[in-house]
Design a protein around this ligand. Structure first.
Ligand code: SF4
Length: 374
């Protein structure tokens, strides 16, 4: 089954650390973009409609689209694909952009999972990240989601923020636990070289905590979440039983997905491509009947194998070397074992029968381990 990703590149303000493909909200641009998105989805349909079981509105800030627009896009997906009845339909939402009525309307439109960009439950940290919402607004938005009938809610939190200490980070974890969401995503802030936050940090003399503290943030949070019934299933994600993100699992289990909208990526039938990134160019190409896909290329088998291992190792369950080896016709251990052995010796990796997985402390060094497959 395919996953369908819909990119919404609009935000009410641009956060000082953001490196995503997004721009400032403009109502008329948004209207033209939604038309283009509907056309692109329509083009992908046709005879022998492929099956899909997840739809994911990501961004940007998808909750800046009206519920009626979300309904139209879901309907376009249903026209173009055979969308399973038990589909997962996720909408990323920012706390300041929703009300209970708006959330209820999203639900009526077919959204059944919300992912809130909370980032922190401390107002000083939110301000430092130039986020538009407060901790109270995030809590209120969560309550509105519950009252609107959502029973599958995820919260995004960020750690290793400028000036943040371990205890302050754990405050956010405890606040999240008090709300009892079904899913949490925890990310370490990466300060990009050209991010405005980098200059602000220099001016204000904010620094990120030492690496050891960053490791303590990650490990302590994971332990606390585990104890509360939110089991880790991926490097950055925890969930209650049955509430793992079905859409994101496609990225980590060698699945297939189609991305629609500017800058969206797709992987299908051994090929990979990316849509043109600029919003205006994307719209213009669609209006002219041209392709929006760039860099379409067929992936060599070695690259597909490397990707399957690279992404699969992100999962707490790791990868089944026999199954992957069978799929790609190679003995995985013979090919990579010599390079992986040192990570096993260092306690970063575990080999249990046919399974290979990162230990939790190994997850902190995942990039080093995974460089073996690149
Ligand atoms: S809301 Fe998200 S996508 Fe938009 S600017 Fe902020 S971090 Fe970037």
């Amino acid at each position: 089954m395919l996953g369908l990703y819909l990119h919404v590149p609009f935000c009410s303000a641009i956060c000082n650390y953001c490196n995503f493909n997004r721009g400032l909200f403009d109502a008329s641009l948004k209207a033209r973009y939604v038309e283009a998105l509907l056309s692109e989805i329509g083009r992908a349909g046709g005879a022998g409609r492929a099956g899909a079981d997840t739809i994911f509105f990501g961004g940007g800030t998808p909750s800046l689209l009206e519920p009626s627009e979300i309904a139209l896009i879901i309907a376009a997906c249903e026209d173009a694909f055979d969308v399973a009845r038990d589909r997962e339909v996720t909408l990323e939402a920012n706390p300041e952009s929703v009300t209970e009525d708006r959330l209820a309307a999203y639900r009526a439109a077919g959204v059944n999972r919300l992912s809130f960009g909370v980032q922190s439950f401390r107002d000083d940290e939110l301000k430092r990240l130039s986020r538009l919402h407060s901790a109270d607004r995030a809590r209120a938005a969560y309550g509105e989601a519950r009252r609107a009938g959502f029973n599958n809610v995820s919260l995004d939190l960020m750690m290793w923020l400028p000036g943040q200490r371990v205890g302050q980070w754990l405050e956010s974890i405890d606040c999240a636990l008090a709300l009892a969401p079904e899913h949490l995503s925890l990310y370490m802030l990466e300060v990009y070289p050209n991010a405005p936050l980098k200059d602000e940090m220099a001016r204000a003399r904010w620094s990120q905590a030492p690496d050891d503290d960053a490791a303590a943030m990650y490990l302590t949070a994971m332990e606390r979440l585990d104890a509360a019934g939110l089991a880790q299933y991926e490097i950055s994600n925890v969930a209650r039983p049955g509430r793992r993100s079905r859409h994101n699992l496609k990225y980590w289990t060698d699945g297939e997905w189609l991305g629609f909208g500017c800058g969206a990526h797709s992987t299908r039938d051994g090929a990979r491509w990316k849509n043109v990134s600029a919003t205006e160019e994307y719209i213009a190409r669609i209006q002219a009947g041209e392709s929006v896909a760039l860099d379409m290329r067929r992936l060599p088998a070695t690259e597909r194998l490397g990707d399957a291992l690279f992404t699969g190792l992100r999962l707490s369950d790791g990868v089944d070397l026999s199954a992957i080896g069978e799929r790609y016709g190679v003995d995985v251990w013979q090919r990579y074992g010599a390079d992986l052995a040192r990570f096993i010796d260092a306690g970063c990796l575990l080999r249990e029968g046919a399974r290979l997985r990162l230990t939790r402390s190994g997850m902190l060094l995942a990039n080093d381990v995974m460089s073996v497959f690149v």
